[in-house]
Design a protein around this ligand. Structure first.
Ligand code: IMP
Ligand code: MG
Length: 184
């Protein structure tokens, strides 16, 4: 990890530094560009957590693409999934007949993503694939097929690069773990 990273006072340790994040995004972008070659894509950014990831990823995808946004809430202010997923903001255009790539920050229990896929499938897209920045497989309750995964993590609560704790710390340029004295 780079020595130049200034650690936020709430962070115990950095898991993934900015350089590693960008390297992985470049790999994902080139894989996605190959897989969808010759096709048009609708990239759906799941707000708020995926806003930074999507902004970098979409620029690394060399395809004709549209960008749309959806906001869902599943946790309230807790760090564990409630299982109740609410659409806070819906897409602005129809996805019928389109190739859809859902871009999400993290899959933990899988409850949010399985719900999202279900409601988007009902809208009859040509295809749906999932791209997540992080996956925490040990806590998965719902089986979700992840097509593109940035990083596989242990079961600990992470923040930064879009991921939040109670709405804070999304702006950190790295992915890190919050100090226990702040997260309890
Ligand atoms: P799931 O429904 O349990 O898969 O949780 C998915 C959502 O919970 C993600 O979209 C995140 O917003 C949030 N989430 C899960 N784990 C973390 C974490 O470690 N840090 C920050 N947010 C998380
Ligand atoms: Mg989220």
């Amino acid at each position: 990890m780079s020595d130049k990273i200034k650690l936020d006072k709430h962070i115990a340790r950095v898991l993934i530094d900015p350089v590693a994040i960008q390297q992985r995004i470049a790999e994902l972008g080139s894989q996605i560009s190959k897989d969808y070659a010759g096709r048009e894509l609708v990239v759906i950014c799941i707000l708020k957590g995926a806003f930074l990831f999507t902004s970098d990823l979409c620029r690394s995808i060399d395809l004709l693409q549209k960008l749309d946004f959806m906001a869902v809430s599943s946790y309230g202010h807790s760090t564990q999934s409630s299982g109740i997923v609410k659409i806070e903001k819906d897409l602005s255009e129809s996805i019928e007949g389109k190739h859809v790539l859902i871009v999400e920050d993290i899959i933990d229990s899988g409850l949010t993503m399985s719900y999202l896929v279900k409601i988007l499938r009902d809208r009859k897209p040509a295809s749906i694939k999932i791209c997540v920045l992080c996956h925490k497989p040990s806590n998965q309750q719902q089986c979700v097929k992840i097509d593109y995964c940035g990083f596989t993590l242990e079961d600990e609560f992470v923040v930064g690069y879009g991921l939040d704790f109670k709405g804070y710390l999304r702006n950190l340029p790295y992915i890190g773990v919050v100090k226990p004295e702040y997260s309890e």
